[in-house]
Design a binder for this molecule. Structure first.
Ligand SMILES: [Zn+2]
Length: 117
């Protein structure tokens, strides 16, 4: 008689809670969809992007295809910049190590060297 026992979690139970699905119309495809299918956007009034995720990803794909060269150039520039920054950092570290090394006391050693010649 225990039909509602929680052991049968694997089975779909349609009468658990009446889910309130908020709908939103996509500005792109003009379809009404579950609001969860819209990415979050802090700046908009309902905190969701005006386009559904599907339309956004499609648009991104189109943008990427149209601006492929521009993007690749940007990435190349970014990588070159990072490489330079890394070289600069390594230079600074090497310099710091050079400055740090002579700080060891060498004075007592000089006393052992004969002053002749
Ligand atoms: Zn859409």
């Amino acid at each position: 008689m225990e039909e509602n026992s929680e052991q049968n979690n694997s089975l779909p139970q349609p009468e658990i809670k009446p889910k309130i699905i908020k709908l939103k119309r996509c500005d792109r495809c003009l379809e009404e969809k579950d609001i969860k299918l819209f990415n979050r956007q802090k700046t908009s009034i309902d905190k969701r992007h005006p386009w559904c995720k599907k339309c956004q990803s499609l648009d991104n794909a189109v943008y990427y295809a149209q601006n492929r060269d521009k993007r690749l150039k940007y990435i190349q520039n970014w990588r070159a910049k990072r490489k330079l920054e890394k070289i600069e950092l390594e230079k600074q570290i090497a310099l710091q190590n050079l400055i740090a090394e002579p700080a060891e006391p060498e004075a007592p050693k000089n006393l052992d060297i004969p002053a002749s010649e």
